[in-house]
Design a protein around this ligand. Structure first.
Ligand SMILES: [Mn+2]
Length: 283
């Protein structure tokens, strides 16, 4: 339902109003896969099928423009990031990933306590072990090319592993102390210095639940609307973004579409809308 909520909330119109040529290529289906169920993991065969299909589609659409992948479960990033990394490889440029999320999603299938694969995509696309059942990676994204902003629910083991492998981690504590711009600009400098391109993965729970309630994994203390728009405008000004995930929207949990509308506004900011241009609206 996530993609349809973005359609209803006017994503395509918002982007075409900015002068972009927009093509909605519709909903994607997972590849059929033979893989057996795993009693510990939720929807493993479907997840493998989605990863295959999305990785292939990402490579196809990235040749034509800037893909926006609408979901849906954050496990979709296993496919979108692996596909974009393969695409970057054909350009001879490294892919960097900006993970805007309350969680670091660095579990492996065996370390996941819940069995929910939405907690594993970063471990998968950075090439951690334990993903033998999943499609082999063409181009893993080294962990030191991953930046995470908005963290406030990270297991100690995940944090230790990410720090050891030199991911850029900006939790809410550091954002409160230094502002959200400081870690973002430092990360963008790193992307630019490496002649890289940047995939942005925006989880609804990056935002504070008081402004974005439509997510199953709310964590208090998230980014404000102003912080989130600043991030998006800085990303636009950088000119480095090659692709975007909009994930974890659950329209059943929304309040009159306000989360979907906010996510659409943020996508529009990333694609060039200035905050001053926004019309006043009421919920
Ligand atoms: Mn996530």
């Amino acid at each position: 339902m996530g993609p349809d909520a973005y359609r209803v909330a006017g994503l395509m119109q918002a982007l075409s109003d900015l002068g972009h040529t927009v093509a909605d290529i519709g909903d994607t289906q997972p590849d059929p896969v033979e893989s057996p169920e795993d009693p510990h993991l939720f929807a493993l065969p479907e997840c493998i099928g989605w990863t295959q299909a999305l990785s292939r589609m990402a490579q196809e659409v990235a040749r034509q423009g800037l893909p926006i992948f609408m979901g849906g479960d954050h496990a979709l990033s296993m496919g979108t990031v692996s596909g974009m990394a393969a695409h970057a490889n054909t350009l001879g440029r490294p892919l960097f990933v900006l993970w805007l999320d309350a969680h670091s999603d660095f579990h492996t299938p065996s370390s996941s306590g819940s069995g929910n694969l939405h907690g594993t995509p970063v471990a998968y696309f950075t090439g951690q072990s334990g993903f033998d059942a999943f499609p082999p990676l063409v181009t893993p994204v080294p962990t030191d090319r991953v930046g995470m902003i908005g963290l406030r629910s990270v297991d100690p083991a995940e944090r230790a592993a990410l720090e050891k492998d030199q991911a850029m981690l900006a939790d809410m504590r550091s954002i409160d102390e230094h502002g959200i711009k400081t870690p973002l600009l430092a990360f963008l400098d790193k992307v630019r210095a490496a002649n890289g391109i940047l995939h942005v993965s925006l989880d609804v729970d990056f935002l504070d639940p008081s402004i974005a309630p439509a997510v199953g994994t709310t964590v208090p203390g998230g980014a404000t609307e102003r912080e989130a728009h600043l991030v998006m405008e800085l990303l636009h000004e950088s000119g480095l973004v090659c692709s975007l995930d909009l994930v974890e929207l659950n329209p059943f949990l929304d309040e009159r579409g306000r989360t979907a509308k906010l996510m659409v506004d943020l996508a529009a900011s990333l694609m060039g809308r200035r905050i001053f241009d926004r019309p006043t609206r009421s919920f």
